[in-house]
Design a binder for this molecule. Structure first.
Ligand code: HEC
Length: 173
């Protein structure tokens, strides 16, 4: 429980760092970050105990949290690649999280999990995956800047935060 809180905290810190960096880059270039970018730091948080519970079996639990940890690792890797201005790697990492690469998984745990999802789950998941698709598209442009990818990162990670403040999983062994 504590390590999960730590991970979520780290995620929040990632969001804030992306936001702060985007602001800094924006200042360097003499323009302000967009209002969406600024909003990234201000997502309201529901009390964890009031989040809607999604009941899952062990396979579904492992599947979902496996995906979650993979996404957190990807955020770190994208930030690493950005710090080296390595847009080819940014593109490859973000591309793997496009909607069509993740939302049609035929893994049995994924299929059974998606069959029982609350309808609003996709309202967070879909735009998040679309955010990664935009990052991959932008990273492919020859004139792309680090600040542009960071701004997309800040917008996209808002959906991580919003979904985390809406749902929690309950493991039914
Ligand atoms: C559509 C909903 C949704 C989205 C979008 C989402 N998550 Fe999650 N995530 C969850 C839920 C639900 C949990 C389980 C929380 C709980 O039960 O307390 C979770 C848990 C996690 C965990 C903890 C994993 C563990 O092993 O305990 C990490 C890390 C995580 N998410 C990362 C992310 C990142 C990074 C993103 C965005 C790039 C993201 N998530 C987007 C729903 C979501």
């Amino acid at each position: 429980m504590r390590s999960k809180a730590l991970v979520i905290g780290m995620l929040g810190a990632t969001v804030l760092c992306s936001w702060a960096l985007a602001q800094q880059e924006g200042a360097h270039h003499g323009h302000h970050a967009s209002s969406e970018t600024r909003a990234a730091a201000a997502v309201p948080k529901a009390k964890p105990s009031s989040r809607e519970v999604v009941s899952v079996n062990r396979d579904e639990y492992d599947h979902v949290l496996g995906d979650m940890n993979q996404m957190l690792a990807t955020l770190g890797q994208i930030n690493q690649a950005l710090s080296q201005q390595d847009m080819a790697t940014v593109r490859k990492l973000a591309d793997a999280l496009r909607p069509q690469h993740t939302m049609q998984s035929q893994d049995p745990a994924s299929v059974s999990f998606h069959a029982k999802l609350p309808s609003r789950w996709r309202e967070f998941g879909r735009p998040m995956h679309q955010g990664f698709a935009r990052m991959a598209d932008q990273a492919a442009r020859p004139d792309v800047t680090v600040a542009q990818i960071q701004a997309l990162m800040a917008q996209t990670t808002q959906y991580c935060v919003a979904c985390h403040s809406t749902y929690r999983l309950h493991l039914n062994p």
